[in-house]
Design a protein around this ligand. Sequence first.
Ligand code: ADP
Ligand code: ASP
Ligand code: MG
Length: 469
Amino acid sequence: MRVLKFGGTSVADADAIRRVVAIVAEERRTSVIEGPVVVVSALGGVTDKLLEVAALARRGDATHALALVDQLYARHLETLAALAPGEHGGPVPEAVDALFAQLRAIAGAVAVLHEASPRSLDAIAAIGELASSRIVTAALQSAGTPATWADPRALIVTDEHFTSATPLLDAIDVQAPAHLRPALAAGRVIVTGGFVGATGKGITTTLGRGGSDYSAALIGAALGADEIQIWTDVDGMLTADPRVVEQPRLVPTLSFAEAAELAYFGAKVLHPKSIQPAAARNIPVRILNTFRPQAAGTLIADGACPDRTAVTALACKRGITVVTITSTGMLMAYGYLRRLFEVFERHQTPVDVVSTSEVSVSVTIDDRAHLDRIVAALSDFAEVSVSNHLALIAVVGEGYGHEPAAFSRVVRALEGLPLRLVSQADSRRNVTLVLDEDALGVAMSRLHAEFFGKPVATPATLMTSAAGR
Ligand code: ADP
Ligand code: ASP
Ligand code: MG
């Protein structure tokens, strides 16, 4: 049994959802005995719009908030009508109506109070996946595939950390199979919404932006799936972010550890936490393109990567902040680092990269929400400086540690660019670099050319460069 997750672009409109229906039908025709379980994101762009509804309402602008709700409602109804006309919509139009009625009520309340708590934000954001999963269920049924909708709030049990809740694995291991196994055994396809969960008391939560991948992995792990497929709008994991580097290549295979590093350091195609549940149960993950289903995609599994070049792929993230803590108290002292990291822990701020010298420690963070309080607390025992507008690059590969020249190739490629931080752990699966955001594009292109070759000039790019001369 497989879990197939379709992202926002893959369910953006009726045409895209028809592709999803065809992929699910093909999955049932060619492969396995049960399933699949289909996990869907909100229709493309809807989560952003829902958060905009919340922001407008919080400012007290009920008129614009409700106008946006009406637009979203119309888009959902139109998509549903195109896919499941007439009675094929079944009870779905009512379910979608109920969701939008709820959304209007919450947005109205937020507008009156001028306050949107994280809990209200989750109630609002969850509408996207709750509605899209209903529509995809109806589309499958209308195309003759026996499909059953499952409420993600009955499957993904989480803590109460609204807007980025932590899933409670033991509870999910019980709840997800209990809810899904009977319908699977009856030969039905299950459709559920990603991103959404609920606390033990049934209050709606979300897993954080991009969290549908994580939902799919959690459900796949709980059911002991044979494979988790992430269907998206690119051919697989690419050698770099296609929005930053021209013509990145497809990476056909990745180890779990490589995939986790790349996702953590910015390869948006996978949610950073989505690899962990799959790796823990050794379930292969495949990234596939909804718009080119015949393409081979990327397979993530242990032992999937036979001959490795030094670098498998690059990842990058903007908006990084470096905090540098300097104190002579660090000289020859023990307990100092504990004291320092405790400050970040107390303010629930993850530290990504660490670099130390004799009297100073520099760390990167990408969540600045508690920065002021962190700086104040550190200033009690050290001098603190903060640099913003930085970017981070991770050069990742299982083969990296086996090529002695790898690091010097990285440094040579970046010659002349001011590096702020460099960190390479002894596992030697990656090197992480921090530099000014402005230099990111150049740095990524140079590294990419060094490890994967220069982009091939197409007639279009030749023309542009000729015109530019
Ligand atoms: P979905 O809505 O299907 O979850 P996302 O937008 O979250 O899709 O992730 C897919 C996008 O991730 C791609 O369109 C691409 O722009 C971006 N991306 C960033 N880094 C990479 C990478 N290394 N390989 C592939 N895609 C990447
Ligand atoms: N719809 C959510 C988001 O846009 C979750 C997801 O698509 O994975 O962040
Ligand atoms: Mg995504």
